[in-house]
Design a protein around this ligand. Structure first.
Ligand SMILES: Cc1cc2nc3c(=O)[nH]c(=O)nc-3n(C[C@H](O)[C@H](O)[C@H](O)COP(=O)(O)OP(=O)(O)OC[C@H]3O[C@@H](n4cnc5c(N)ncnc54)[C@H](O)[C@@H]3O)c2cc1C
Length: 396
């Protein structure tokens, strides 16, 4: 594949944010190059694949216009469908709420999104790293050689370690609690609840986070821990915590310990929120690169796609002389800024409670299923805020 010398828009990263941005820009008639360093889109996997259904997402982010690809993805991208989310407190007691969701096959889902971007006109260049940016000119290197390519707008959808965000100074101040470490296994030979996604809490197993079990249908499951390195015990790493959860947790190990590990997955989850600025006069960032993640659960597939859609549309409007590129900041914050910001605030409150297993168990016991659901979506009912604040004060 030989790229052209210049494009209207270059999108760096063909994950959910980048492929969505590229699709929305290309279907509006602009020339778009979508670049990813992966030689095989979607691989290696870096996700649990939990995605609430379209109707539920409309409730979760009510002001957002959801991309069509969140509604119409093929059934071949779905491992299985679940209808309940269960929280297991450190005490072992559980509670939950109804939520219809898919356990996605993220490898297939990412390929579907990239193919969709290419179907509507974006040019895809895989196996290619963007190594540097100078204004809107990029230098690449990879499977198709070295290239210098110009554009009018760059969209950085290149994940939590975004080179685009760093090059353009679109980053948050350093906050070690704002970065989660996720480590997961895909397992076969396990008998887990096929209708429910489970989230386990307890500082001994998951310091500053939670462990999940997501059925992949049949006898397969995705299990993982999303935890904070700043809270690890000396000498422990994320993998040690996942092994401890799988083989020693008093409830989970009964379902998991005889499973065979068929893949190992790890990654970073930015749970510190968005930087102050996500746009410059010639560059936008979207998805994990822009902190478009719901910090209470680390979920970022849907928010990355919403951010990508808005980035693609804003780039088109800018090139057509209809807006300033920096309007992007306002546009995405209007659609999902409140949920993202509130989720960070709730995460910080819950961080306090997670220092004590008994407090965490009390909180899970005290919060109603409806309120739990609200918290998961980045909303904080007043009554819950008051009791969380009171418990935090109790911790001193
Ligand atoms: C282990 C784990 C489990 C998770 N589970 C869930 C879950 O169950 N549900 C959920 O909603 N969210 C989950 N998340 C979060 C979710 O995966 C991310 O929020 C989502 O993938 C963000 O999409 P994105 O497009 O912004 O970034 P990414 O999916 O990270 O895509 C970025 C792309 O950019 C490419 N790239 C990076 N740098 C360059 C470069 N210099 N040049 C070219 N290409 C580059 C990468 O190869 C990658 O393909 C999980 C995250 C992890 C790590």
């Amino acid at each position: 594949m030989k790229p052209d010398d210049s494009y209207d828009i270059i999108v760096v990263g063909a994950g959910p944010a980048g492929s969505t941005a590229a699709a929305y820009a290309a279907k509006n008639g602009l020339s778009v190059l979508l670049i990813d360093k992966k030689k095989d889109i979607g691989t290696p996997l870096q996700c649990g694949g939990f995605l609430p259904h379209y109707e539920t997402l409309k409730e979760l982010v009510p002001n957002a216009e959801l991309p069509y690809t969140l509604e119409n993805y093929p059934s071949s991208c779905i491992h299985t469908t679940t209808s309940y989310q269960r929280f297991i407190a450190p005490s072992g007691k559980s509670k939950g709420f109804d939520v219809n969701a898919d356990a996605l096959d993220r490898r297939r889902f990412d390929r579907y999104l990239a193919k969709e971007a290419s179907r509507v006109g974006a040019q895809l260049m895989i196996g290619t790293s963007v190594n540097s940016l100078n204004g809107t000119t990029i230098k690449t290197d990879g499977a198709f050689g070295e290239h210098t390519i110009k554009s009018k707008v760059i969209i950085g959808a290149d994940g939590p370690n975004s080179i685009v965000a760093r090059s353009k100074g679109l980053i948050r101040e350093i906050d070690i609690m704002g970065m989660g470490n996720a480590f997961e296994y895909e397992l076969s030979g396990v008998d887990v609840d096929k209708d429910a996604v489970e989230m386990y809490f307890g500082k001994e197993y998951v310091p500053g986070g939670y462990a999940w079990i997501i059925s992949q249908g049949g006898n397969c499951a995705n299990i993982g821990v999303g935890i904070r390195e700043a809270l690890f015990e000396h000498g422990m790493c994320a993998r040690d915590y996942l092994d401890k959860f799988m083989y020693e947790h008093p409830i989970a190990s009964n379902k998991l310990k005889d499973g065979s590990i068929i893949s190992i997955v790890s990654g970073i989850v930015p749970v510190g929120g968005a930087p102050k600025k996500t746009a410059t006069k010639d560059t936008l960032i979207a998805g994990d690169a822009a902190g478009h993640v719901i910090a209470t659960n680390g979920g970022g597939i849907s928010t990355a796609m919403i951010g990508g859609k808005i980035a693609g549309e804003t780039a088109v409007d800018f090139i057509n002389g209809k807006c300033a590129l920096t309007d992007y900041d306002k546009r995405w914050r209007l659609q999902m800024g409140l949920e993202i910001k509130t989720a960070v605030y709730i995460r910080k409150l819950i961080d306090g409670l997670m220092r004590s297993d008994s407090m965490m168990s009390q909180a899970i016991n005290a919060i109603s299923p409806e309120h739990m659901k609200a918290i998961q979506c980045g909303r904080l009912p007043d009554v819950v805020k008051k009791s969380l604040l009171k418990m935090n004060i109790g911790l001193g």
